[in-house]
Design a protein around this ligand. Structure first.
Ligand SMILES: *Cc1c(COP(=O)(O)O)cnc(C)c1O
Length: 374
């Protein structure tokens, strides 16, 4: 039988081949390859999609978050609250800015930062909170915004996994003071290379981010700040304009697969399915399950031709990158328990007919060798 891939990145190109090829030719023939009409048009179209005022295209998602923090003047001596359960880029953005990431544990079933644990982590040095909409499910941002107001903090969304997600009817990326997006090829809105964007309704912030992405200059060769080279290139912007038109439809395909998994896997023993808080409308960047015998389950799926991944096997606080912070195992037990038991099932708008059924059948046929202790 044909293997079930974790994510198929070629089929999106095949489905959109004519439009993507036309976009390619348009850019090639324009003679303009960095920060031109395509980037400007994409920024406008994506801001509209999120209902926000300003979008600033940058090189990738990490840079989007980093430039926002820099544009807020956050740096050396400052602290930024981050989730323990996230991709390491969230923490790295804070470190790049020169500030200190201060980790906070998630709500276990929702995987996102627990608003009730944030206040205890706030100190006089705290400048911002960086919630992540992990796996495509929006974090519970309203209580976070109330805290931010009380303590005069900025809230920056890491929306890298949440293009099109909704929270109480509002769009991810337009929920807080600013947001960073990634358009890495595997994201729900994926470029055909690296790309990212900052989103905000704050004109002054957008203006600063726009300057910082381009060597700190508004006018060529006049540099008002020590900026970076992190620009959205024309080719990726042109591709993203094509793919943005399909975002809602492709997210709906993901949602149909997620509904099928939720229903079909609901009575599998020891398997924990993702929670669906009533305020959320997730876009299923990842479909996460948990199992006490995760490694055995993953091997069983692999043996039956189903590819899965783990998001993420090592939480940032235990990674070599943050060894200098001195955390050891046990420091953040919820994130560690998630890392030890999470498994991401095949998911995407091009998951083949019958593939989701195969995944379910293989999971149902799993018989662990040892019973779980829990
Ligand atoms: C992908 C991702 C990023 C970083 O995006 P890049 O474009 O790869 O730099 C940041 N945060 C999260 C949660 C991500 O998944």
């Amino acid at each position: 039988m044909k293997p079930v891939p974790f994510l198929d990145l070629k089929s999106p190109y095949i489905e959109l081949r004519d439009e993507l090829d036309a976009a390619y030719r348009r850019v090639m023939e324009s003679g303009w390859y960095i920060l031109g009409e395509e980037a400007t048009a994409f920024e406008k179209e994506f801001a509209e999609h999120c209902g926000a005022k300003f979008c600033v295209g940058v090189g990738n998602g990490l840079e989007a978050l980093h430039l926002i923090l820099r544009a807020y003047g956050i740096g050396e001596g400052d602290e930024v609250i981050v989730p323990t359960n996230t991709y390491i880029a969230t923490w790295l953005a804070v470190s790049y800015a020169g500030a200190k990431p201060v980790p906070v544990e998630p709500i276990e079933r929702e995987y996102n930062i627990d608003p009730n644990r944030i206040e205890a982590a706030i100190t006089p040095r705290t400048k911002a909170i960086l919630p992540v909409h992990l796996y495509g499910l929006a974090a519970d941002v309203d209580p976070i915004l109330s805290l931010a107001e009380r303590f005069n903090l900025k809230v920056v969304e890491d929306a890298a996994q949440a293009q099109g997600a909704q929270y109480k009817g509002r769009s991810a990326g337009n929920l807080c003071h600013a947001a960073g997006f990634s358009f890495y090829p595997g994201k729900n809105l994926g470029a055909l290379g690296d790309a990212g964007a900052a989103m905000t309704n704050d004109e002054a912030l957008a203006d600063k981010a726009r300057t910082l992405r381009n060597y700190g200059s508004k006018v060529k060769y006049y540099n008002e700040a020590k900026g970076y080279n992190s620009r959205l290139d024309e080719m990726q912007a042109a591709f993203l304009r094509v793919k943005l038109k399909r975002l809602d439809e492709w997210n709906a395909r993901r949602a149909r697969i997620a509904s099928f998994y939720l229903e079909a896997l609901s009575d599998v023993e020891d398997l924990t399915l993702p929670a669906l808080p009533n305020w959320s409308s997730p876009v299923w960047h990842i479909f996460p399950v948990r199992h006490p015998r995760r490694d055995e389950l993953q091997a069983h799926l692999k043996a039956n031709g189903v590819d899965t991944l783990i998001h993420y096997p090592v939480p940032p606080h235990l990674s070599g990158a943050y060894a200098d912070m001195g955390y050891s195992r046990g420091a953040f037990p919820i994130a560690e328990a998630i890392a030890d038991s999470e498994l991401s099932l095949p998911m995407g708008p091009h998951l083949g007919e019958g593939d989701a059924e195969r995944v379910v059948e293989v999971i149902q046929s799993f018989r662990p060798k040892t019973r779980s202790k829990s």
